[in-house]
Each structure stands twice: as C-alpha cells, then as structure tokens.
Design a protein around this ligand. Structure first.
Ligand SMILES: NC(=O)c1ccc[n+]([C@@H]2O[C@H](COP(=O)([O-])OP(=O)(O)OC[C@H]3O[C@@H](n4cnc5c(N)ncnc54)[C@H](OP(=O)(O)O)[C@@H]3O)[C@@H](O)[C@H]2O)c1
Length: 289
C-alpha cells in the first residue's frame, strides 16, 4: 500500500478459513457472498474428549467428574498433582486422565494438547477454568499482585487457547469455554487485580466470537457468582448466596448445551449483579461503600 492509501477492512466478511467448514452453510445472504451461517453445534462425547484446566479442585474438579459421568473422557489438568489424583480416583476407571500442567508455562501448555490428543483423541470441548484470586486494596496495590493474576487468569488461559484453537478451526467444530467472573460486570471492592484479569478474558471471547461462529466453533464465557471453593479462602465470610461446586458444575454443563454466549449463575446473584451494573455511578458507589 502506498503512502496516503486507506486500507478498507470489511468486518462483515467471513474469515477465509470459515468458508466450506461445518459451521458454515450455503445460503442466500448476499452480505456473506451467498453464504449463511449456522450456529456452532454442541460438542458431544462422540466428537472427542473434554479438556478441563484447574481440574484438581473446586468447580474444575466437580465439572470433570460430572462430564465423566455424562459419558465424556476427560483430560484433567492442573498444577496440583495430588488433587488431580484424587479426582481421577473418584471417576470410573479410564474416564479421567490427569495431566500435570501449569498454565503460566507457555511451552508446557503448547506441548500438552498434542499429548492429550495422542492419548485421548481430539479435544472437542475445552473448559479453561484454572484461576487464582488475590484481594488488593489501594494500600496493598502492587505490580506483583496484579501481574500474578494477569499471568494466570488471562495469559495462562491465552496459552491454552493458542494451543487448542488451531485444531478446532481445522476441524470446523468444537467448544471453548473461558471461566471469567461476574466481578467483570463492574469494579468490586478489593477485586481490582482479579477483575482486570478476568475482564480481559471476557473482551477476548467477545471479539473471538465474530470469527469462531462462522468457523463452527462455539465460544462461551462462564461467569459464576459465589461458589464455595478454596479460592475464597481469603475472602471475608459469610458471603451470601454461595452455591456448591457441584451445583456450579451442573449449571455449567447445562449452559454448555445452549447457544448462550454467557453462562452465569445462580439466578438471584445474576439478577442483582445486572441491576448493579445498570445503576448510575453515584448510586452504585453509595450502595457498595
Ligand atoms: N469460587 C468462586 O466464587 C468463583 C467465582 C467466579 C469465578 N471463579 C473462577 O472459577 C475458576 C475455578 O475456581 P474455583 O473457585 O473452583 O477455585 P479453586 O478450587 O481454587 O480451583 C482453581 C484450580 O486452578 C488451579 N490453578 C491455579 N493457577 C494455576 C496454574 N497456573 N496452572 C494450573 N492450575 C492452576 C488451582 O491450583 P492452586 O490451588 O494451586 O491455586 C486450583 O486447583 C477460577 O478461574 C476462578 O477465578 C470462581
């Protein structure tokens, strides 16, 4: 392009790799060059295995076990090998395989997906759930606290997406779910570093959805309310409306079977959070102070 030329991007055009793939149906929409898009379909155990990160504890463990009970073979990964072993032992033999993995290690993440697929078949469903939470106030503000959460919650998940996404695109099908938080709706006290890392995930998923829908790959964001798991160890108690990890796993599985972009629960917390999100600033800060 010469100096002064203006490049024109056509954001409505489908990505080239989408053409001819399964999520893409011939049709008569003139905007899409005579093609219409269908919604990516729900992955099933017949399509391959499920990969759950952060599967040694809390929601990830409950989800791995529920998926296994629902007929999936599950690749359970986590940095805690003892926790993974406990999860594997609770499932029927062969249903869950453990993969020790620290998602902040980009090279290890890049190597794990080929290993999973070699042993268990194609990854049809990836629930990228591993995460950490460290509270932070203005007094305790530190680069280290922010960096740790961004490196794990955002960049760790990004490593996982980079490892699995090209395979889903090549097959023209699959499901990707990123665990964020309702704390991304609006700034919450002491959750600045956590919220920043999780909000990045939501924005990433919202943007990727434009490319992935026509490519036949479903992307969803999981926004749990408050779930009783070890991640809340440092949070003030009691936090109202807590649900168990098993209940959360059931809601996640139900949501994975829908076309909804956001999987959020429990309903009273979702409603309250959405009302708070819509409030004017003066009222929001008065209520939450
Ligand atoms: N519980 C809630 O109320 C709530 C609400 C909204 C969103 N979430 C999100 O839900 C997800 C699951 O959390 P949870 O509540 O089930 O907490 P959890 O019981 O602590 O489970 C998270 C698991 O991820 C692992 N993990 C952390 N960093 C990792 C890394 N770098 N590599 C591999 N594994 C790593 C943790 O290991 P360690 O124990 O060693 O850290 C832990 O086993 C998280 O992303 C969390 O942010 C939770």
């Amino acid at each position: 392009m010469g100096k002064g030329d203006t490049e024109v991007f056509d954001f409505s055009a489908p990505p080239r790799y989408a053409q001819g793939c399964r999520g893409f149906k011939e049709g008569s929409d003139p905007k899409n060059g005579g093609k219409t898009m269908t919604k990516p379909r729900t992955a099933t155990p017949r399509d391959g295995c499920a990969w759950v990160t952060g599967a040694a504890s809390g929601m990830g463990a409950a989800l791995a076990l529920l998926l296994a009970r629902n007929g999936w073979t599950v690749a359970a990964s986590d940095r805690r090998e003892d926790g993974l072993a406990r999860v594997v032992a609770q499932a029927s033999p062969g249903r869950i395989q453990a993969f020790a993995l620290d998602i902040t290690d980009a090279a290890a993440v890049a190597g794990i997906v080929p290993t999973i697929e070699e042993r268990m078949g194609p990854v049809a469903l990836a629930v990228l759930n591993a995460g950490i939470l460290e509270l932070m106030t203005a007094e305790t503000f530190s680069v280290a606290v922010v960096r740790a959460q961004v490196e794990t919650n955002l960049m760790g998940t990004v490593h996982c997406i980079e490892a699995v996404l090209p395979r889903l695109l090549l097959r023209g099908r699959g499901q990707l779910a990123l665990t964020a938080s309702m704390g991304t709706y609006r700034g919450l006290p002491r959750m600045g570093a956590y919220g920043a890392s999780k909000a990045g995930l939501v924005s990433l998923a919202e943007s990727l959805k434009f490319d992935l829908d026509p490519a036949g790959v479903r992307i969803q964001v999981i926004n749990p309310g408050v779930v009783r798991t070890p991640i809340l160890a440092d949070c003030p108690s009691p936090i109202p409306y807590q649900i168990s990890a098993e209940t959360a796993a059931r809601r996640i599985v139900a949501g994975l079977g829908t076309h909804h972009f956001e999987i959020s629960f429990p309903r009273p917390v979702v409603l309250a959070a959405k009302v708070l999100r819509a409030l004017p600033d003066w009222l929001y800060y008065r209520l939450l102070h």
